[in-house]
Design a binder for this molecule. Structure first.
Ligand SMILES: N[C@@H](CCC(=O)N[C@@H](CS)C(=O)NCC(=O)O)C(=O)O
Length: 218
């Protein structure tokens, strides 16, 4: 399993699920600061030139929701898929994994280049999704109840950005407690530590400035 990765990007969430599943993987570095996402070598994996992307023995998958779903469906060796297709919770699971509104709210940017969205818009938008997520969490520690799923990775990591970076979520509430619960899981801690080490290797990623390159490694 190859994870096309750059520190401090959405690729972290793919790293988290790989650590969660304990699927063996290797990194293929794509410096988005240096524009390597546009190199033909990477475009053949993801023609949309975005991270994260996977190459699973020739099966290429990109788009975070699809990456999470692919792994959650295929890669639980013992426990079976995250939420099987005949489980009544499958619909809710898919909805949370592809929660486009939420994933845009968290970082304040959108995929269509409108990266300078006003804070107020994001606040309104977050207000809407907050209610949905809070009500899902009423029945258990995780979105689907007792079981932590890939949907929690998507939702909690997006909320974490809204909470920690954009400071859009108040501390001490249902959502911030949920983020704390999710991010204190062992797999998250492992992934965060790897992400930090990788960022330190690449000063441009640590400082979010554009310098240096690391080539896409086949
Ligand atoms: N819709 C994509 C968005 C991914 C995305 O925007 N990734 C950023 C890194 S966080 C990226 O690769 N940016 C490079 C670019 O836009 O050229 C997804 O959910 O996977």
């Amino acid at each position: 399993m190859k994870l096309y990765y750059w520190p401090k990007t959405r690729a972290f969430r793919a790293l988290w699920i790989l650590e969660q599943l304990r699927v063996p993987y290797e990194f293929a570095y794509v410096s988005i600061r240096a524009g390597e996402q546009n190199a033909p070598a990477f475009c053949s994996v993801n023609p949309m030139s975005k991270l994260p992307a996977l190459d699973d023995d020739g099966v290429c998958v990109a788009e975070l929701g699809a990456v999470l779903l692919y792994l959650a469906d295929n890669k639980y060796p013992q426990a079976g898929p995250d939420v099987p297709t005949d489980n009544p919770l499958r619909g809710r699971f898919l909805m949370d994994i592809f929660h486009g509104r939420l994933s845009q709210t968290g970082n304040g940017g959108t995929d269509d280049g409108r990266t300078g969205q006003q804070r107020e818009f994001r606040r309104d938008d977050l207000g809407r999704v907050e209610k949905v997520i809070e009500s899902a969490l009423a029945d258990g520690p995780w979105l689907l109840g007792e079981r932590f799923t890939a949907a929690d990775i998507l939702v909690s990591s997006t909320l974490q950005i809204a909470y920690m970076v954009a400071k859009l979520i108040e501390p001490g509430g249902v959502l911030s407690d949920y983020v704390a619960r999710a991010t204190s899981r062992e797999a998250h801690e492992r992934a965060a530590s790897i992400n930090k080490q990788e960022a330190q290797k690449v000063p441009s990623a640590a400082s979010q400035q554009q310098t240096g390159t690391v080539s896409v490694k086949p």
